[in-house]
Write a new protein. Structure first.
Length: 373
């Protein structure tokens, strides 16, 4: 795994010794799940040790928890061990050197905290995990691997004030709003690295520098997708939960095909900025990916939805919209804005966070795109 990461340029020589000292499989639980087309499939170490070990050293995420551990059987992925290449890339972006103090948000399996401890010293690593069971499992895995950073069971959205200030803040859970506690607990000149996204797009990597006035600002860069921080994720719900037969709707037609608005990384990033609270789900006819499908756009808060029907060979596509928002119209307008702006890539957008607002901008902070109090 390490050789592959180095050959691909994902793992730099300064971080390689840490990866060699902290084997990933020591942090992978005996019971995990693989993500498949029909949902997560359970994989037990005792049942198939070779497949389990192969998964542990594959460059892919390993699902370690479903449904926040509540055994409900709904099947929503709530925790995972991140892709090694993404872990290496984020550590590189953190630009941390020996002696720096790091606050990690989202301990998960503990592997990332172990890598940080091997490089910076365990006394300089504070890791916060909201799930008590995951936190305890991570503490044990870290201790068994010979590393004992401070692992706190608490809500990472509040940071961890008793050990502040920090030179670096690294989140391994995606947020839609950067908590100001992270900014307030970082030293001036400190760096915050976090996955960031919207209900429509998860997600890009935000790298923010904290200034002397308590403001953090920087550009997005990097294709990362992480579990949402629990307090910031859009509510779960299937199409069947949101789109009901008894709902009335308005029907129109469109020439717009969903490939770019829904699937292109940069286009969907921009659309998510301008259409808050909207989720999308693609449902194919039958059991396999094919030319006939429906894109569902849903806002779980207002109850609005839109269905965007794609049939092979059709001259136009049927759109149905229900509820207080016309979600397809909003998407279409946001997509048109992105095209008129010259199809900007996601790394031309940036984020500024202060005590009262979060502002997303294009090219420079004076070109505001969206904001949230």
């Amino acid at each position: 795994m390490i050789a592959r990461l180095c050959e691909a340029g994902d793992l730099t020589e300064d971080w390689r010794p840490s990866f060699e000292r902290v084997p990933r499989h020591l942090f992978i639980p005996d019971k995990v799940w693989e993500d498949g087309t029909n949902g997560p499939t359970r994989l037990g170490r005792s049942e198939d040790p070779y497949a389990w070990l192969n998964l542990a050293y594959s460059d892919q995420p390993v699902i370690t928890q479903l449904d926040d551990g509540d055994c409900s059987g709904r099947g929503y992925v709530s925790s995972s061990a991140s892709m090694p290449s993404i872990v290496a890339m984020m550590l590189r972006r953190l630009n941390a050197t020996h002696g720096m103090k790091v606050l990690e948000i989202g301990t998960g399996t503990g592997w990332n905290a172990g890598l940080l401890s091997a490089r910076l010293g365990a006394r300089n690593v504070v890791s916060v995990e909201v799930d008590a069971e995951l936190a305890e499992r991570a503490r044990k895995a870290l201790a068994d691997a010979g590393h004992q950073p401070q692992v706190i069971t608490a809500d990472g959205m509040d940071g961890w004030l008793p050990s502040a200030p920090y030179d670096r803040v690294l989140a391994t859970a995606a947020v839609q709003r950067v908590p100001y506690a992270w900014v307030a607990q970082a030293r001036p000149g400190g760096l915050i690295v976090t996955p960031w996204g919207t209900s429509f797009h998860n997600g890009a990597l935000a790298c923010l520098t904290v200034d002397n006035h308590g403001t953090a600002s920087g550009y997005f860069g990097g294709n990362v997708a992480f579990m949402w921080a629990r307090s910031q994720r859009t509510p779960h719900g299937s199409v069947e939960d949101r789109v009901r037969l008894e709902h009335d709707y308005v029907e129109t037609h469109t020439l717009l095909y969903p490939r770019e608005p829904v699937s292109d990384f940069d286009a969907s990033f921009a659309i998510g900025l301008r259409v808050p609270g909207m989720k999308s789900t693609v449902v194919f006819d039958g059991d396999r990916v094919g030319p006939n499908f429906t894109v569902y756009l849903m806002d779980p808060v207002s109850g609005a939805w839109a269905s965007w029907r794609i049939d092979q060979g059709a001259d136009t596509y049927i759109v149905r919209q229900h509820g207080p928002r016309r979600l397809f119209d909003e998407l279409e307008a946001a997509y048109a804005w992105w095209r008129q702006a010259g199809r900007p890539t996601h790394d031309r957008f940036g984020l500024t966070v202060n005590e009262s607002t979060q502002i997303v901008w294009l090219d420079s902070p004076d070109q505001m795109i969206s904001w949230r109090v």
